[in-house]
Design a protein around this ligand. Sequence first.
Ligand code: ARG
Length: 286
Amino acid sequence: MTLPTPRILMCRPDYYGIEYEINPWMNRQRQADRTLALAQWQALVDLLGGLGAQIELVPPVAGLPDLVFTANAGLIFHQRAILSHFRPRQRQGEEEVFAAWFASHGFQVVRPPSEHFFEGAGDALFCGATLFAGYRIRSDIRGAQWLAQELGCEVIPLELVNPYYYHLDTCFCPLAPDTAIWYPPAFDAYGQRVITQFIPRLVAVADDEARAFACNAVVVGRHVVTNTGCPRLHEELVRQGYTPHQTPLGEFVKAGGSAKCLTLRLDGEDAAAWRQMPVEGSNGSS
Ligand code: ARG
């Protein structure tokens, strides 16, 4: 069986900047350099393109500086796009932009009930058949419960306890159905226990590399793309048979994001079991 070409949604950082502070990384006194940000973003596009991914673009919108973080557009499940509903009002304007893009690109847009906050693939990641859902800082636990019903799959809610690791994708990254990168201190004791129980192969990152967004990796087959500054993770990935790549993303770290946050996998993550099994009613194409 040949798998479809990886499709990744991104957004040019034409209007990117640190215009508000909604996580501890952001400080309006530490502005992003837009020219450098564009160069870093373009290098990520080129790297992912070189790995065989097809990059799709949502047009940037003035006044929505965080629209570049397309991981937060929603959660993709087959042809369904579970739209995000952002907790910070500064990002709520992105919801209709992403909804329109999904609807015009063949996705069925599903909206979470308005009383639940849900920040898409930033907080919900499949590892195998199980959806791991980060909650408390951005998404809420009732959103995770609603998601379990909506998708009919097992959802494991994971409480995020460190404000620097406010989205699940800043501290957890599935690589394959049985393998993930993680930063244990971002979770409480229960979360650490369930992750250890459910995922047989875990690669833990150290404090300094977690701060360099080591866990915020884009996975394309056996290739793993991160920010610079994670050499020990990269050595371990090589030992495990992966091919790591680094590219500088410091301008985006100023907003609390890195490689993974800048992308949304439209055809399903490599680690998601559903990607390998087309369901009835889905033709598996786009
Ligand atoms: N400034 C953005 C925010 O705080 C960064 C989002 C990063 N995205 C992610 N998937 N972790 O919402």
